[in-house]
Design a protein around this ligand. Structure first.
Ligand SMILES: [Zn+2]
Length: 1070
């Protein structure tokens, strides 16, 4: 080295910019490494001849269909479009003689996504065109060794007119799609690579990153920079030997080993494909094939390389649509290179789906992986979901998994989550080993700088010196690229850098589990401090989901009942599974949260229509099997009504029967002319018959009147509710407790229109500052509609704006303190949000929110930034505010966004974001909610049961009373299942067993947070009973005893812990 020129350490920025320029395309590419990357290149005819066929409209035809069409000649510069269209190109390729003996690649860049097909119709590999930077992947290896006498070969290219993030409009990734987008064929060349030049590029990329990221105190930083600088010095663009001399220089740097104390990175390739988001489900099916076929090729080329893919649904799509590819995936799964992971049907949202839905995600997912890959996933894999319910640790454990991976909490916008590797403890005390990748991404790019800084971000390195690193382009970027694998292979063990190995995620978790020095814990939900609007956006989808969950619940339960008594009734296992798969599909983490583009919701509407229609038909089939001997075809001749109760406790309710016209009817509801009938003490999971000629006059009627102030007063045996002229509740008096629930000068049922302008993520985020800007919405009309004796109601009209309005029916029945609100909203706003709030004379630092199979308490104050961040939270069927001795619950039939600040509860009803769906939530909406005052704090109440009832109407069938009453017992007046001794335990699900539809599964859970000893009795012909996990595998045998005196059947007694989910399998004597 010449001492006069060796002053690098005095001008490091100049030198590092020099190295950077050497590695980048652009201004210096004719003199830098890019001048040497390809030894040869040819384009156009005679070597590459191209012909083209555009599929009509927006169809996505199969290969077999496309290959039969007439193709016309094109050349580079040809354009493809519009957005979402499909075009096919047939390329006839003749490799030049001078490429003999060399590896030859076909560079095909249509600026969008494409699939390379063989002439025989085999899907070979995905292409990601140039329009999305960083994910460019356009080369396909034609041959590793070209032959001299090689003839012409034909390839087909299926061109999908979308980028990996769909077709966003101008200015933003999430702008609604630009349907007119076009893509241009940039290149279609045959090339031979200069492998040494590529090696130099990979080496120097690492050296430059190491210099930039390592601290200046590290000698390795300086060694990296001077090594890279020396390499530039020896390089000559026209001298291949100079590249080999440069590689001799870098070899010395990489030969210096790190040692065992260095941080160990477990690297796993992946290609996170959102099952729908800025593109529809049908495009995802092709994205999966494109990305995974690309990865299969890398697995052949890099034997140590490992790749994980989640979501059983995506595997099933591949299996159905690309059976040959699926076989290759199965083969690579056997060798351990292709790793099916996650255990769930799709990577679901964990806020909105019910407890049973989460259970089904695992049941369907694990069953699929077991059947087709002979393995279950031990890792629950959810890198990108918007918050994690406190019941997940238990559900994960009960589903055969024990580890959890995510990283999404790194997006929190208020508090930094304090852990990387920890034990996450759920609601019931179950815990799972959890890791949040310190790289803070699941689409890492395998650069040295990312690896170095991810070690710096590891928050638990004192207890465990390992981390998981998920790299690879997602969403159609095809997963890891060649350069990423090349770089990682260079960084296996290099002094100054973390050590890297390709590994199955299980290897990481098992190692940490065994070797950690005691891990920290985190108890309760992993609340995501962002995307709080996802509890509300796309309201219709959320409503359909709730409706589908309860409809399938009824179908399964009634089908079990029907099978037990009706000979020849076959439990529709297959159809039920098909519908659960559809419901689970729509629970994907960009679909049900409401963050997809408009065409996705056209698909979900059609899917839900299928679910609702098919499930309703199956429910009807079960009812016919159960009650055919008594039920009438129409209500016209009915002298009685038969009610079926699918909840697990007796119910007395006023039921609205549409179309019924009978002399004994006491009241017809004016809103819809439905007859009102009291169903008294309908037994749990059983039936009762009401005599329509018996007027049931013993109940004390509900009354309604307008008082001298103009307030409307609704009153029954339990409460007096006073509605002011603005449509708000100004007083709610509990007559049983002689207690006013609304504080002086406060009100409940107050509507507000808030500004709703987030920082960036429009459909995703409700932001805290929007709470500062709101307008109260008073009613312009309050009219008495129904005047009892069974139901009294008031209709309220509230103008929201010039273009939007709300109508609401507030009703009180004669037999319950529950005040019901049915809403009908015509909604045409832009970036506004509709909320309704309730202020109660109740004080508590905590409010109770229903979550999956349990409840969670969250603060009603904002003491700390962690409390404050929860200004909008998720709840399922209810929110409750209780104090010693008393409480009020707010029930709902399809709303999920809530807050409680002090003694004011708010429910978010509708939003109006404009991206990525420009028409999100525009139009008509109907929903219901209710106020349920109760004696005793939440823990001593029956709020959970009341919320089920609010969502699950009694099933009604018109009958001839005499015939039905006599036949009632055979039809089910004795409950099929009943729970005794444990009012805190809720029986949720009854279904046929997966392995044998003769056997029956009953799922229940402890709902209030206390121990219980429950006795479960069934009148089915049971020969044995087991406690099982969610996968329906035996955990314990349960002792069967004869049922208690006075009831038929067999019983099992079960000890249940707070918030425990218990699954019982009854083996039925055939
Ligand atoms: Zn995602």
């Amino acid at each position: 080295m010449d001492p006069n020129t060796s002053y690098l350490q005095k001008h490091p920025n100049v030198t590092s910019s020099r190295v950077s320029n050497f590695l980048n395309k652009g201004q210096w590419e004719e003199t830098n490494i890019h001048a040497s990357l390809y030894d040869s290149r040819v384009s156009g005819e005679p070597h590459v001849k191209m012909e083209w066929w555009p599929a009509p409209g927006l169809e996505r035809p199969t290969f077999a269909h496309a290959a039969k069409q007439e193709f016309s000649p094109i050349s580079t510069g040809h354009t493809f479009g519009p957005g979402w269209a499909t075009h096919w190109v047939r390329a006839t390729i003749k490799i030049p003689k001078e490429f003999e003996g060399k590896q030859v690649r076909f560079l095909f860049d249509p600026e969008c996504e494409a699939m390379v097909w063989s002439a025989e119709g085999e899907a070979l590999q995905g292409i990601t065109g140039a329009s999305d930077s960083g994910c460019h992947h356009v080369d396909f290896i034609l041959t590793n060794k070209a032959k001299a006498d090689e003839g012409a070969r034909i390839l087909y290219l299926e061109i999908a007119c979308n980028g990996l993030f769909g077709n966003p409009g101008p200015h933003s990734l999430i702008a609604p799609p630009n349907k007119d987008r076009r893509f241009s064929l940039r290149e279609a060349d045959l090339v031979v690579l200069n492998e040494a030049a590529w090696a130099m590029l990979h080496d120097m990329g690492i050296l430059l990153d190491a210099y930039k990221t390592l601290p200046a105190s590290s000698p390795r930083a300086w060694q990296a920079l001077s090594t890279a600088n020396d390499m530039v010095n020896v390089y000559e663009p026209n001298d291949k030997a100079s590249i080999n001399r440069a590689l001799e220089i870098s070899k010395k740097f990489f030969a210096s080993r790190g040692g065992e104390a260095n941080h160990q990175v477990y690297a796993i390739g992946n290609c996170h494909i959102d099952t729908a988001w800025l593109w529809p489900y049908d495009e995802t099916k092709r994205k999966v094939a494109r990305s995974w076929s690309t990865q299969l090729d890398y697995m052949d080329r890099y034997p140590e390389y490992k790749f994980a893919a989640s979501q059983a649904q995506q595997f099933e799509w591949l299996q159905t649509l690309y059976p040959a590819l699926f076989k290759r995936v199965q083969e690579k799964a056997k060798t351990g290179q292709f790793i099916p992971i996650g255990g769930t049907w799709i990577e679901m949202d964990c806020n909105i789906p019910s407890g049973e839905s989460l259970a089904r995600q695992f049941l369907l997912g694990q069953k699929y992986f077991e059947k087709h890959f002979n393995q279950r996933s031990k890792v629950f894999w959810l890198p990108d979901t918007f918050g994690y319910s406190s019941q997940l640790p238990q559900i994960v454990r009960l589903s055969g998994a024990e580890y959890f991976f995510t990283q999404k909490l790194s997006w929190n916008n208020i508090n930094k989550f304090p852990h990387t590797t920890f034990r996450w403890i759920g609601l019931d005390g179950s815990h799972i080993l959890t890791h949040m990748a310190p790289a803070e991404t699941y689409t890492a790019n395998a650069t040295a700088s990312q690896l170095i800084s991810s070690v710096a971000r590891h928050k638990d390195i004192s207890y465990t010196n390992e981390s998981l690193y998920l790299y690879g382009n997602g969403d159609g970027g095809g997963g890891p690229l060649e350069d990423m694998i090349e770089r990682l292979d260079r960084m296996k063990d290099v002094d100054g850098l973390p050590r890297v190995k390709h590994a199955h995620p299980n290897e990481f978790y098992e190692h940490v589990d065994k070797t950690n020095k005691g891990l920290v814990t985190w108890k309760g939900e992993l609340y995501f401090e962002l995307h709080r609007g996802t509890y509300t956006s796309q309201a219709k989808t959320k409503k359909f989901n709730r409706q589908s969950e309860f409809l399938l619940r009824d179908v399964e339960m009634l089908s079990v009942m029907a099978k037990s008594i009706a000979h020849g009734f076959a439990y529709p296992s297959k159809e039920i599974e098909r519908l659960w798969k559809l419901v689970c599909l729509n629970q994907f983490h960009d679909v049900i949260p409401g963050t997809s583009i408009e065409i996705v919701y056209e698909d979900t509407d059609a899917i839900y229509a299928d679910v609702v229609q098919s499930a309703t038909a199956m429910k009807q089939d079960a009812l016919i099997a159960l009650f055919n001997h008594v039920s009438l075809n129409s209500v016209d001749e009915a002298t009685g009504m038969l009610f079926v109760n699918t909840t697990a406790w007796p119910r007395t309710e006023v039921v609205a029967v549409p179309g019924l016209d009978h002399a004994g009817i006491q009241q017809v509801r004016k809103q819809d002319n439905a007859a009102l009938v009291i169903a008294t003490s309908v037994p749990e999971l059983g039936v009762s018959v009401v005599d329509l000629t018996d007027t049931g006059a013993e109940s004390i009627p509900v009354t309604v009147f307008k008082d001298t102030n103009g307030d409307v007063v609704l009153e029954n045996l339990y409460v007096t509710a006073r509605i002011g002229k603005h449509g708000q509740l100004v007083s709610l008096w509990d007559k049983r407790d002689e207690r006013e629930l609304i504080p002086d000068n406060k009100r409940a049922n107050v509507f507000y229109l808030h500004d709703d302008i987030p920082l960036f993520w429009d459909a995703w985020d409700i932001e805290i500052y929007n709470l500062e800007k709101k307008a109260e919405l008073p009613a312009t009309k309050v009219v008495i509609v129904d005047e009892g004796p069974l139901v009294a109601s008031v209709c309220i009209e509230i103008p929201i704006s010039e273009q939007s309005k709300l109508r609401q029916w507030v009703s009180l029945s004669a037999i319950s303190p529950r005040l019901d609100f049915a809403c009908d909203v015509d909604w045409h706003e832009s970036r506004k949000c509709l909320k309704v709030s309730f202020t109660w004379d109740i004080y508590n630092d905590m409010a109770t929110y229903e979550t999956q199979y349990g409840v969670i308490q969250r603060p009603t104050h904002r003491n700390t930034t962690w409390d404050m961040a929860k200004f909008e939270v998720c709840a399922h069927k209810f929110v409750d505010l209780s104090e010693y001795g008393y409480g009020v619950a707010l029930l709902n039939d399809c709303k999920y966004g809530y807050s409680t600040l002090g003694n004011t509860m708010s429910m978010t009803l509708l939003r109006s974001p404009k991206a990525p769906d420009a028409n999100c939530d525009m139009g008509n909406h109907t929903f219901r909610y209710a106020i349920y005052p109760h004696k005793g704090a939440f823990g001593e109440s029956d709020v959970v049961q009341e919320a089920y009832q609010f969502n699950i109407p009694l099933v009604q069938l018109p009958v001839d009373y005499e015939i039905a009453a006599n036949a009632a017992d055979s039809a089910g007046a004795t409950p099929y299942f009943s729970l005794a001794g444990a009012p805190n335990v809720v029986l949720d699900t009854v279904k046929a067993a997966e392995d044998n539809p003769n056997d029956v599964i009953v799922r229940m859970y402890e709902a209030y947070g206390g121990h219980a000893r429950a006795t479960l009795t069934t009148k089915l012909n049971v020969s044995a009973a087991q406690k099982t996990n969610i996968l329906e595998e035996k955990m314990d045998n349960l002792k069967i005893s004869p049922a208690a005196k006075g009831s038929k059947g067999k019983s099992v007694s079960i000890n249940i812990k707070p918030f425990e989910i218990v699954t019982v399998k009854f083996i039925i004597k055939s």
